[in-house]
Design a protein around this ligand. Structure first.
Ligand SMILES: NC(=O)c1ccc[n+]([C@@H]2O[C@H](COP(=O)([O-])OP(=O)(O)OC[C@H]3O[C@@H](n4cnc5c(N)ncnc54)[C@H](O)[C@@H]3O)[C@@H](O)[C@H]2O)c1
Ligand SMILES: [Zn+2]
Length: 342
């Protein structure tokens, strides 16, 4: 098992990565415990949750809403949850975002923890305290930043995860290598097949490395004033592609990363050939590397991105594999840069 701690504003979140962690629910007083559990996780792992009070969350982004949060809270009232309750969100990013939001607002805030069950959740969504729901098709419009007591990345739960979700989460792992850790990137180049076939040691290494990078960045910049923006590598274009195509998040940001790396090369920041190296790893993992979307449509969609600030946008570029930086790009230059891409 691997252990790490996220320290923010005097609060410590214990992040554990390993197999069989769900059994640790035994350490929480069962009378206080309320679990919000992804339905698919429950179907595959009900025996690990036997005897626990569980409220099931159906899959699908449409359930990450204020209305559905209300429904959960009604169920919590019916189950006699109160200020002494402890809420545990058990699922991927959808459930942990929702559970963190419900726990932060129900009776002005309950303590909570996460058991993360997707690769994307374990390396990204469960860490950093961003909790929230969508509104009218806008993602994460309503929410709070509040840290859980613990994050358990139970690798045993990944066994039932659909391969396409696994590969999609792997895109975020590639991102960490690309922005911060050339060693991890090299490891992924050699071992992507091992990771994606869920070799336990390889999985533990890449989840621990990725979570470690996110913890390091978030603990320095919880409110995304600086460094945390680096985590958006591939995301400005990726979000637009996700919106336009309905691809999975990781699939869309895989294309976004290829485009951002090529842009880094075109602008002279990244040595020629390095974008190709990133593209090869992404393709080898079974992720898409190109899009049919027209450049105009792509640009118009990303203009609506909430990260836009005035006439410029904070775009994340690479100086090398393992070294990302924030580039304050004028929108006109961005339009030109996208035009030069493909
Ligand atoms: N808070 C953050 O910092 C942050 C960061 C990134 C993403 N997110 C959010 O995370 C969400 C996406 O999360 P996700 O990619 O984990 O997807 P998800 O939570 O929607 O889960 C994807 C699918 O996998 C199923 N599933 C989950 N765990 C499983 C398991 N162990 N076995 C079998 N099936 C399983 C789910 O039922 C669902 O069908 C989005 O809402 C996104 O906005 C949040
Ligand atoms: Zn992402």
């Amino acid at each position: 098992m691997h252990e790490n701690t996220l320290h923010i504003d005097g609060h410590a979140t214990a992040v554990l990565i390993g197999k069989g962690l769900t059994a640790r629910l035994e350490d929480i007083d069962n009378a206080r415990l309320v679990c919000l559990v992804d339905e698919n996780v429950y179907v595959h792992h009900a025996e690990k949750l036997r005897g626990r009070q569980c409220i099931l969350i159906p899959p699908g982004e449409k359930h990450k809403s204020l209305g559905f949060a209300e429904e959960i809270m009604r169920k919590m009232i019916a189950a006699e949850a109160d200020r002494s309750s402890f809420l545990v969100g058990i699922g991927g990013g959808l459930v942990t975002d929702l559970a963190g939001f419900v726990a932060s607002t129900f009776m002005r805030g309950l303590p909570f923890g996460f058991i993360s069950t997707t690769l994307l959740g374990q390396v990204d969504a469960s860490i950093g305290g961003k909790n929230g729901v969508n509104l009218d098709g806008f993602k994460n419009m309503i929410g709070v930043i509040r840290q859980p007591e613990f994050v358990w990345c139970d690798l045993s739960l990944l066994e039932s995860l659909h391969q396409r979700e696994m590969v999609s989460g792997f895109a975020e792992v590639i991102k960490y290598g690309a922005i911060r850790d050339a060693g991890l990137f090299g490891y992924l180049e050699k071992n992507h097949a091992k990771v994606l076939s869920r070799d336990p040691a390889a999985l533990e290494k890449i989840v621990a490395d990725s979570a470690g990078i996110k913890i390091g960045i978030v603990s320095e910049d919880v409110r995304e004033q600086g460094e945390r923006k680096l985590l958006n590598f591939g995301h400005t274009l990726g979000h637009a592609i996700e919106k336009l195509t309905g691809m999975l998040h990781g699939e869309a940001i895989a294309i976004g990363m290829v485009l951002a790396a090529r842009m880094s090369e075109n602008l002279g920041y990244l040595e020629t050939g390095e974008a190709g190296r990133l593209q090869s790893l992404i393709a080898a993992a079974g992720l898409p590397v190109q899009t049919e979307i027209g450049k105009g449509e792509l640009f118009d969609t990303l203009l609506k991105d909430k990260k836009r600030s005035g006439s410029a946008i904070h775009f994340i570029l690479l100086k090398g594999i393992g070294e990302a930086f924030i580039y304050n790009m004028q929108l006109d230059s961005l339009r030109t840069a996208i035009n030069d891409l493909y």
